[in-house]
Ligand binder design. Sequence first.
Ligand code: GDD
Ligand code: MN
Length: 418
Amino acid sequence: MYARLCSWSLAFWGLLSPVFPRSIKFPRLGITRGCGHTLAPMNDAIKPAPDNPPQAAGLPQLSVVVPTFNERDNVTVLYRRLDATLKGIPWEVVFVDDNSPDGTWEVVRGLARQDSRVRCIRRIGRRGLSGACIEGILAASAPYAAVIDADLQHDETQLPKMVGLLQGGEAELVIGSRYIEGGSADSFDKGRAGVSVLATEVAKRVLSVKIADPMSGFFMIRRDRFEQLAPQLSTQGFKILLDIVATAQGKLRTIEVPFSFGSRQHGESKLDSMVALDFLGLVLAKLTGDVVSLRFLLFAMVGSIGLVVHLTALFIALELFNAPFPEAQAVGAVVAMTSNFILNNFLTYRDQRLKGFAILRGLLLFYLVCSVGLFANVGVAFSVYDQEPIWWLAGAAGALMGVVWNYAMSGLFVWRKR
Ligand code: GDD
Ligand code: MN
């Protein structure tokens, strides 16, 4: 009996873990094994590296990380500008490309074959500016890492000054800022400027961030400080700097340097109206101390919309088509599951959106997942009602079980990470 209880509770935590992604940490059991290996003679695998390896002089001081998506015509120009501006500083550049259809990664690969300071990370089956920046910085090894857009809207001539501030120990994070004296975002149209100012105000007030431009995509950070924060950062969305600053909770010594946000030369912006959703999700996640992930919030929100869709379809089937109740209820369920699937594919799993034939396969799997979820829902509601006949408590417990199940299983089977 005890064993069964244990396995049930383990399974339940397993189910919950994608909902509570990082913050709930269970203390490890304090059982330690003997540490005999420390007595063994030191083998090559664990010998520390020499303090001053002979090639140290040629190692990069600065790793420039450039996220790219369809920037074919911009990357070579950026590379040349970096080469021109970073004379005297050993540097490398890591382009992180999400398998751009325009073949940006091919152009970068070409540059890398001529200059070993250039590297290309080509990610397949993934999208997202924040995730790309995180992977790029983690793939770098210089003491300082900069993030800069590929489209030449950021001012790369600020980089030497930024390195200087980090090297001098005055700061651990240097931000290229549009909203301090000397900076500007004149290239923004009225609409975008308004949204940018509003989001900046919300971030400052709600998350008590004391920085003029937490939405900037141009910054430089000490890599060791970044490595400490990295496990808590969200790979979804595009506000990586805001995430870094909010996660560090004021513990990163920060300096802002002004720059003018230029206009794009080639290609177009990837930020659509959906980024507002990502922004909201990040603010919520940081407010709740990362207890609930944005994805789960979106999934639950889509589920609530599904309830309305269900009732509407049920009503139409009953009233307009005079269908018998069981059939009408079944129609309502199928319509709701289908609309949930479509909304989740567009919103919740935007970065892993299923396309083409995969949509049909995903939809069928989603039906299957939700059907089992319904059993779990009813089962839990029944057993709660059995012990405590309070209808709303039993109903809510069942619904919670259902949504957690659907969420966990959808992530595993329908929109699984590659
Ligand atoms: N790897 C990868 N994956 N790169 C991406 C993705 C993605 O999904 N989406 C965008 N990028 C790259 C672009 O190729 C570009 O180099 C950079 O990220 C910025 O994207 P843009 O599409 O040019 O964004 P923007 O100019 O509208 O927004 C910029 O300004 C904002 C401030 O208003 C960015 O710097 C934002 O981070 C910044 O908040
Ligand atoms: Mn841009």
